[in-house]
Design a protein around this ligand. Structure first.
Ligand SMILES: *[C@@H]1O[C@H](CO)[C@@H](O)[C@H](O)[C@H]1NC(C)=O
Ligand SMILES: *[C@@H]1O[C@H](CO)[C@@H](O)[C@H](O)[C@H]1NC(C)=O
Ligand SMILES: *[C@@H]1O[C@H](CO)[C@@H](O)[C@H](O)[C@H]1NC(C)=O
Ligand SMILES: *[C@@H]1O[C@H](CO)[C@@H](O)[C@H](O)[C@H]1NC(C)=O
Ligand SMILES: *[C@@H]1O[C@H](CO)[C@@H](O)[C@H](O)[C@H]1NC(C)=O
Ligand SMILES: *[C@@H]1O[C@H](CO)[C@@H](O)[C@H](O)[C@H]1NC(C)=O
Ligand SMILES: *[C@@H]1O[C@H](CO)[C@@H](O)[C@H](O)[C@H]1NC(C)=O
Ligand SMILES: [Ca+2]
Length: 550
């Protein structure tokens, strides 16, 4: 097909643009126009946003709330010169205040601004503080985390991370001047790690020893060094790293987080012991926290931007969501997949495909596989996920019902019936989640009893009743299920007088039907008692008593 000159020019310009972009770095672009015999067409690639300085976007919270110095104003000394205590922290004076936001402000050269805590005046109660950093977004570390401490680095500290917006936390790295003493752990360095244990959480002594407060101020979480295990010391072989990211379980997640937390457990001491007579020199001060990371977009976005106060991926490949972790409406012919770094160099975009095209078997996003069944001549979805079934994964599996507020292609489309096993006839339920109940049972899940029934591994009809007291002859009703009879009566409702041990009373009906038989019973009883045969007979009596009555 001949191209008109303007579109040819456009495609050449785009080709040039593509060349420029491709030289920028790997996985930087999500798509590009390529010229083919049929004219320019889009080609799609796995893509990820560029690393950013995440300190600009982080929310900082310090704990306890009154840990920041200056309210009331206080003096503090330094470890280098503990007798020079002229410095002051005063929250009400701008020049002397040290609020948490000074950990994330841009450091202009020559002027160091820092957050500072109160001093350790309540010794021996440890001076501890937490700093929580949140982004409300999944991020992936791309370089070392670096925390800059003024006036000395903590002697004990933990870096924690959360993958679920702060609901649960896990340690990321332990820091102590003595790991055994601080955490009962052997000291390690990232250099000690190899490809097999790179995701191990270690305790390091590298950043906690006293070296003078001005010499080395930084505490690191080493990302580069961990990358280098796969990519070489100059990170020259990133392909190998990306390949491992795909193949090694837990490797990508290790660098992923939504929140970070610093637990400062003991400040710099400037020596071995705490000098109790000068506690004004012990405190924490942080001037900067660097978090080089990129938005986690599941390789479906090349950009990440601030929208409604939250970082969000600018999703491509017809994906959607903050992390591009779902297919857009109308593009759910297959179930969603993250993009893949493989095959290098461009990876696989795993784009979401338009649903509803007739030559496609539509699986409503619950399956990626179709199969042709020859003898009935139909194409059907295979291995429907999300508890669906059917040719197009359009029904709910047995024991599930349709979620009325979810689209057919929603992961939550089928809800478990959850029928009570004892109370229901089977695991199925109707379209509103009602199960089919056994006799005497009621409720949506068949978990309740109708009146006149009591739950006893299912609903059992009441034998007696606490109020109507169907138990006779003074029997009392136990849990609606049986009558406890006085000694002289028995039977389900205590309706039968008891004739203990008599041979003649064997047939129960004989014993209470008439006074005559009762008398005979008593007579037989006394005869038996007199006789030595009693013990021999009693087993017969027991077995005959146990025999079901006609
Ligand atoms: C820091 O957070 C941990 C975990 O939530 C908590 O146990 C500890 O009490 C906190 N420390 C301070 C000083 O608030
Ligand atoms: C976090 O991000 C989600 C998704 O963008 C948004 O709906 C929510 O309001 C945000 N929460 C906060 C506290 O900003
Ligand atoms: C990691 O594995 C290497 C050998 O593969 C071993 O020498 C090293 O001690 C391990 N490191 C840790 C922290 O377990
Ligand atoms: C996504 O859908 C739009 C139509 O909404 C289409 O123009 C575009 O080509 C699709 N992109 C991809 C990567 O499939
Ligand atoms: C029904 O679907 C909606 C929309 O996806 C979802 O928010 C809700 O949790 C689902 N209900 C159940 C019980 O799974
Ligand atoms: C499901 O069963 C319940 C209880 O029998 C009934 O009220 C409801 O209308 C039924 N729903 C449907 C959709 O049949
Ligand atoms: C007969 O039954 C009574 C009460 O259950 C029991 O105490 C007695 O040992 C039984 N006698 C024999 C011989 O089984
Ligand atoms: Ca600062």
């Amino acid at each position: 097909m001949p191209m008109d000159p303007s579109s040819a020019m456009l495609s050449q310009a785009l080709l040039l643009l593509q060349c420029i972009i491709l030289t920028l770095g790997q996985y930087d672009i999500c798509k590009s126009l390529v010229s083919t015999d049929d004219g320019p067409t889009w080609e799609y690639y796995a893509c990820q946003p560029k690393p950013m300085s995440m300190k600009e976007y982080m929310q900082i919270r310090v704990e306890p709330p009154d840990i920041t110095c200056g309210n009331p104003p206080e003096r503090f000394c330094t470890l280098e010169n503990p007798y020079l205590c002229s410095d002051e922290c005063d929250a009400s004076t701008k020049e002397l205040a040290h609020p948490p936001e000074l950990m994330q402000d841009p450091e202009r050269t020559g002027l160091i601004t820092y957050w500072q805590t109160v001093t350790w005046s309540r010794f021996p109660e440890p001076l501890q503080a937490n700093i929580s950093l949140s982004w409300n977004k999944s991020l992936e570390l791309t370089d070392d985390i670096q925390i800059t401490f003024e006036y000395g680095r903590p002697t004990i500290m933990v870096l924690d991370k959360s993958l679920n917006y702060g609901r649960t936390w896990q340690p990321y790295q332990y820091y102590a001047d003595d790991c055994m003493d601080g955490f009962g752990m052997l000291p390690k360095r990232v250099q000690d790690l190899s490809a097999t244990n790179v995701t191990r959480v270690i305790c390091t002594e590298q950043y906690s020893r006293w070296v003078g407060s001005k010499n080395e101020k930084n505490v690191r979480f080493e990302v580069r060094e961990r990358f280098a295990i796969f990519a070489g010391t100059k990170l020259q072989n990133m392909d190998n790293l990306y390949t491992r990211m795909e193949s090694m379980k837990g490797l990508r997640d290790f660098f992923t987080f939504t929140n970070l937390r610093l637990r400062l457990l003991r400040p710099a001491l400037g020596g071995t012991y705490v000098q109790r007579d000068n506690l004004l020199k012990y405190f924490y001060a942080i001037s900067n926290i660097d978090i080089p990371a990129r938005c986690k977009c599941n390789l479906h976005a090349g950009q990440c931007s601030l929208r409604d106060g939250t970082l969000q991926c600018d999703c491509e490949h017809n994906t959607t969501g903050q992390d591009c972790s779902a297919c857009e409406r109308g593009f759910k012919a297959k179930s969603w997949k993250p993009g893949s770094f493989l095959p290098t160099p461009n990876g696989s975009p795993n784009i979401c495909e338009a649903s509803g095209t007739s030559d496609n078997c539509e699986c409503n996003g619950h399956s990626n596989r179709c199969s042709y069944i020859d003898f009935i001549n139909i194409v059907t979805c295979v291995s429907c996920k999300h508890n669906t079934r059917g040719q197009n994964c359009q029904h709910c599996r047995l024991g599930y019902f349709r979620n009325a507020s979810a689209e057919l292609d929603d992961e939550n489309v089928c809800i478990e019936c959850n029928c009570n096993q004892l109370g229901s006839l089977h695991a199925r339920c109707n379209d509103t989640g009602f199960c089919q109940c056994r006799e005497g049972t009621t409720g949506q899940k068949c978990e309740d009893c109708l009146s006149g029934y009591t739950w006893k591994q299912g609903c059992m009809p009441n034998v007696c009743d606490d109020e109507f007291l169907l138990c006779q002859n003074g029997g009392s009703c136990i849990q609606n299920q049986k009558c406890m009879c006085p000694p002289s009566f028995r039977g389900v409702l205590c309706e039968q007088p008891r004739c203990q041990g008599e041979k003649g009373c064997d047939g129960a009906s004989a014993c209470y039907l008439s006074t005559l038989t009762l008398l005979l019973c008593l007579l037989a009883n006394s005869l038996l008692k007199a006789s030595r045969l009693e013990t021999h007979l009693s087993s017969d009596i027991n077995s005959s008593l146990r025999r079901p009555k006609g």
